[in-house]
Design a protein around this ligand. Sequence first.
Ligand code: NAD
Length: 337
Amino acid sequence: MISVAINGYGTIGKRVADAVAAQEDMKVAGVSKTKPDFEARVAIEKGYDLYVSIPEREKLFDEAGIPVSGTVEDMLEEADIVVDATPEGIGAKNLEMYREKGIKAIFQGGEKHDAIGLSFNSFANYHESLGADYTRVVSCNTTGLCRTLKPIDDLCGIKKVRAVMVRRGADPVQVKKGPINAIVPNPPTVPSHHGPDLKTVMKGVNIHTVALLVPTTLMHQHNIMVELEDPVEADEIKARLDETTRVMLVRASEGLASTAEIMEYAKELGRSRNDLFEIPVWEESINVVDGELFYMQAVHQESDAVPESVDAIRALLELEEDNMKSIMKTNRAMGIL
Ligand code: NAD
């Protein structure tokens, strides 16, 4: 049984903790918090050992009546590997501490590829992280692109991708981010960083992306245009995506015509936190015109890359050589369709 520490128990970290706890071959060594807030209290109620990220604040946890088991450094002593889910840029700073402790670490998409040296997606390049000390699970948007472009590349070869990424302005919990009433080209420069990020896991893919922020918290949405190497019918693409795990075809005609309705469907699935780990692709949007494939998909930013964090643990610790074996184990434990 592998013991996994989760450093940073926020939007991603709390989901990774629950996903790890659900696996047969892993357990949670502990989770860390900077503040004695409601998430810290819930972590204790769930049975996770709680560690303090900022040692001087231990007193605040005592005063709030939230028991802690020590500092992050103490937590690392209890673990075989750490998943770092701290805010953007902090993970890279933590790398030195992990190196000193001699512990393997998985980082999230907010860190720069160059700061970690290796990036990860379960389908595109699992084998590259086998036995590595550190890897970075690519961002929610890049994971979404990878999940659908990889099977399409395998089926008929990709000559060139262009994608327009419509991004949620903030996560549902974030009250100080926006926009509230604007559409913001973000970044305003073209192309955006999403294309180069995909190339860290799907090497050699020719892709250019542009991105916008819009006033929604529910999901991101992608509009993807792919010039193909080999001729293919839209139905073959539908069939391939339909059989691809962690991707789901959804029909606007069945009432799943928007991100709001897709999130309602996630609630109906009865998942914890209404998460949707799969990438929904609108079946009606899939079309091939003059050898160019068009499709639209959505990304539940808070959860889609969480199963990849679990697979990354198996890759780094060489628990599974074969990516599909890890993917299927993770899926079974998390109830992924
Ligand atoms: P978050 O702010 O929700 O959670 C981060 C947690 O880390 C918080 O609990 C915070 O208190 C804690 N923290 C802050 N400083 C710390 C420190 N020095 N040591 C330990 N813990 C500390 O952030 P998030 O949205 O979960 O993002 C985490 C990472 O995941 C980032 O790299 C982000 O880019 C990436 N990511 C986020 C999303 C998303 O949509 N939220 C999607 C994919 C990837």
